[in-house]
Design a protein around this ligand. Structure first.
Ligand code: DER
Length: 233
């Protein structure tokens, strides 16, 4: 099975949790895309009714519009029944790294407002500890004096061998849906106490939000070569 087929299997499994009448958080990324497609298909077939979608990015908003999924926002629906979204890393406690697609702020707002947050991943996303993949841990910051903020973030995690880099696309700083920049943090070692790390990051003026989703996932669906496993918090 290809990685995308595994993503699709996890996504379709998650959509089994969707019931008619729900207010749904619609995730962002290549895995969540399959879930949104599936929801659109079930609506079209009349197997799902009265769904309202709360998109976590402009990209998902456009996908949902093209599928005819009725949309709203957190102002109208401050409580969301169920969100389905992907992740970049999942640790054994179901803590997540998210945001390599650049949508972490709106994802964290929507998924923080959910009664149930179902995460969908292929098995390549499982790590022993967050940051353990050696890939980016994104932090959304304001553009003003970004270099100053990036350096403060890097210094915060000096002991974990952290390096910080502004996310660049086509030679320019990547700009989020919210008009902010992303600083990617790379770790050589386990950063240890995640809650303390989260608090320290958020205390830096100029930081908007980070990509660690701690204690937020209620269920993680993992699609692997040997089948699908559902882990509940
Ligand atoms: O950027 C994001 O938060 C995405 O949800 C990411 O975490 C997962 O993206 P993928 O499904 O394309 O791997």
């Amino acid at each position: 099975l290809t990685q995308d087929e595994l993503k699709k299997i996890a996504a379709y499994k998650a959509v089994e949790f969707v019931e008619s009448g729900m207010v749904l958080g619609l995730g962002t990324g290549s895995t969540a895309k399959h879930a949104v497609d599936r929801i659109g298909e079930l609506l079209r077939q009349g197997k799902l009714k009265n769904i309202v979608g709360i998109p976590t990015s402009k990209m998902t908003h456009e996908q949902a519009v093209s599928l005819g999924i009725p949309l709203s926002d957190l102002n109208e629906h401050p409580v969301v029944d169920l969100a389905i979204d992907g992740a970049d890393e999942v640790d054994p406690h179901l803590n997540l790294v998210k945001g390599r697609g650049g949508s972490l702020l709106r994802e964290k707002m929507v998924e923080g407002a959910c009664k149930k947050f179902v995460v969908i991943v292929d098995e390549s996303k499982l790590v022993k500890y967050l940051g353990g993949s050696g890939l980016a841990m994104p932090v959304e910051i304001i553009p003003f004096c970004w270099k100053f903020t990036a350096k403060r973030l890097q210094d915060l995690f000096e002991d974990a061998g952290c390096s910080a880099a502004l996310r660049i696309e086509k030679g320019e700083p990547f700009v989020t849906d919210n008009g902010n920049y992303i600083v990617n943090l790379f770790f050589k070692k386990d950063i240890g106490d995640l809650k303390a790390a989260s608090d320290a990051i958020l205390r830096i003026a100029g930081v908007v939000e980070h990509g660690m989703f701690l204690g937020m996932a209620t269920t993680v669906i993992v699609a692997g070569e040997l089948g699908v496993t559902v882990k509940n918090r």
